[in-house]
Design a protein around this ligand. Structure first.
Ligand SMILES: O=C(O)c1ccc(O)c(O)c1
Ligand SMILES: [Mg+2]
Length: 592
């Protein structure tokens, strides 16, 4: 279907917004009045620029406070509309959005609203313009889509239809099924937005927290199915008011929006994408560093063995059980600090994984990191992390392991696995990143966790495969200074017995994060422990969490090397979280 985006979704000047929309592949735009008013370009120049970019102006908006007012005021409103219709002629826009009135003088009189909207439509029709009437969720007398439709139906005018907006419909909890009672050709326009589920004033919710479909908690795909069943065949148009998007790079936001619409069309059964190949595990985590020594020392103390070396580059493979960490020192001069730069994910079909990623506009990275290397499908995640699609142990497919020659047997007796990878995100790409991993990799997001932290708000959202597969935790940590420890990312390993593991680490000289005594006093107040158990945790710096069903989580952290640290976790009783409640304790300890 045609895809459009409202200029209000994007940051920057009108020209920047139009350029970003065109580059992301949109067919059209909604021009938001404020963007036009602030532009130095004449309407004819905007029309020419838009056409040059291959975009159509699908909607001009909004026109406010028109209907159900005393006649004298309505006459002034018609005069205002005449000006706007002239502007639209110069712009080459043929559909205008009229929001349900919020003005004090408006009266609760559907017949008057219908009569006046009919007269507005008469005037519009003379200029070849169509009026799309939208119920704002906070409209003074008209706040639901079915009410707006009843008024449009009563006016019965060919130039008057309704505009459906998923936010206004779903935020009020209206039953979207009723959309199917509206004739498709009377739905003049469809605006799509999602939002996190929040208990707050609907106007504030709409103006600050909307997000792209798939990023919030509404069933936007379900609504779209009803709208299509009604027979609507106009554009799918994103209309998102979001404080973060307003500050982010317009080109990236536009791509994020396009990815959201592609996934929405897939969900609503409009047009399929190559099916997701849900990764089955983590092949490796790759650290990039110009100083491999401290990481190597830490890994050694944690029981890892350097088992293999890349044939052509200074990349070492460290292993313990099923847990594999690559330490890539081939980036000297480009990066100084140690970072978690790449992730290898196991997939049953790397080529199919790459096809889906490409269909969802993920930037593909070169298959050959160097000419001698085994070709591997890989993409860049929004935060720049390289994601490689791996098929380990499949002789018929090229494997990343073919680039490595064994140097030693793994001495580690422990059956370690990678439990999860925690990827700290730039604040303005958090929602983009969640949508990316959800759609491209087919992972399912958990609920967002938000906690007060000494320096601001800590936000975290995990994504995991439905069954046993990789778990990613996207974290957004406040930072007292640019960069610093809060940017650090980590690799978490699962162990069967964390107390035994910490004793071994300590004996081997590994530096573990120290946890304040106050934390343990609080644990004692909150939970019952076996005799001596809490003392052990206090002594060893082990953190603890318990879920509602009695599932338990014990974990500890190493000190940070560059921008990386390691976590060890012991899960029991079906605990499925990540100890997020303990994150502020960890962040505070890391800052000391
Ligand atoms: O917040 C508003 O005023 C506003 C304006 C136009 C719209 O289409 C809308 O959904 C909301
Ligand atoms: Mg709207």
């Amino acid at each position: 279907m045609r895809k459009s985006i409202a200029t209000v979704c994007l940051s920057g000047t009108l020209t920047e917004k139009l350029t970003a929309a065109a580059r992301a592949g949109f067919d059209g735009v909604e021009i938001f009045e404020n963007d036009l008013l602030a532009s130095p370009l004449a309407p004819e120049e905007i029309a020419a620029r838009t056409a040059d970019l291959g975009l159509r102006i699908d909607l001009y908006q909004p026109m406010r406070d028109i209907e159900a007012v005393p006649e004298e005021l309505f006459a002034r409103n018609l005069r205002r509309a005449r000006h706007k219709f002239e502007l639209m002629r110069r712009l080459g826009a043929d559909t205008v959005l009229v929001c349900s009135s919020v003005c004090e003088q408006a009266v609760d009189d559907d017949a008057l609203a219908a009569e006046q909207l009919g007269r507005l439509a008469d005037l519009a029709q003379e200029s070849g313009i169509r009026v799309a009437y939208e119920a704002l969720a906070w409209g003074r007398h008209v706040s639901t889509y079915d009410h707006a439709w009843r008024i449009v139906e009563a006016a019965d005018h060919p130039a008057l239809g309704t505009c459906l907006d998923s936010f206004h419909i779903l935020s009020r909890g209206s039953d979207p099924k009723g959309v199917e009672d509206i004739p498709g050709d009377k739905i003049f326009f469809l605006q799509l937005a999602d939002a996190p589920l929040m208990a707050m004033d609907v106007l504030q919710w709409s103006r600050h927290y909307r997000c792209f479909p798939g990023q919030g908690g509404f069933d936007v795909a379900g609504l779209l199915r009803h709208v299509l069943n009604a027979g609507y065949d106009g554009p799918l148009s994103l209309e998102v008011f979001n404080d973060v998007f307003r500050q982010a790079d317009a080109g990236r936001t536009a791509l994020d929006g396009m990815r959201s619409l592609l996934a929405l069309e897939e969900n609503a059964g409009v047009s399929p994408l190559p099916a997701p190949v849900i990764p089955s595990g983590v092949a490796f985590a790759e650290l990039a560093t110009s100083d491999p020594e401290p990481v190597g020392e830490l890994l050694t103390a944690l029981g890892f063995t350097r088992t293999a070396r890349h044939h052509g580059k200074p990349v070492d493979l460290w292993a313990q059980g099923e847990a594999r960490v690559l330490v890539n020192a081939g980036t000297v001069g480009r990066r100084t600090d140690t970072t978690l730069a790449a992730v290898g994910l196991e997939t049953a079909d790397p080529a199919a994984s790459a096809r889906r990623a490409e269909a969802l506009l993920a930037p593909a990275l070169p298959k050959h990191r160097t000419a001698q290397d085994v070709p591997l499908e890989s993409i860049a995640a929004p935060d720049g992390t390289e994601v490689l699609f791996c098929a380990t142990g499949r002789p018929e497919l090229p494997s990343w392991t073919d680039d490595f020659a064994a140097t030693a047997e793994s001495a580690g007796a422990t059956a370690l696995t990678i439990d999860h990878l925690a990827l700290t995100q730039p604040w303005h790409h958090f929602d983009e990143s969640v949508l990316f991993h959800r759609t491209v990799l087919g992972l399912s997001p958990h609920d967002t966790v938000e906690l007060a932290d000494p320096y601001g708000l800590f936000r975290s959202r995990a994504l995991s495969a439905p069954s046993d597969g990789p778990r990613l935790v996207l974290n957004l940590a406040p930072s007292p200074e640019e960069g610093g420890e809060t940017r650090a990312r980590h690799v978490a390993f699962a162990v069967d017995d964390i107390v035994a593991a910490v004793h071994r680490f300590r004996a081997a000289g590994a530096a573990l994060l120290r946890v304040p005594a106050n934390y343990y006093d609080d644990l004692e107040a909150r939970f019952d422990f076996a005799e001596g158990e809490l003392e052990t945790y206090r002594e060893l710096g082990i953190l603890y969490d318990r879920d509602e069903r009695g599932g338990e989580f014990r974990h500890c952290y190493t000190e940070t090397v560059g921008h990386v640290f390691f976590e060890f976790v012991q899960r029991s009783g079906g605990y499925a979280g990540f100890g997020a409640a303990n994150a502020p304790i960890r962040l505070a300890a890391q800052r000391r």
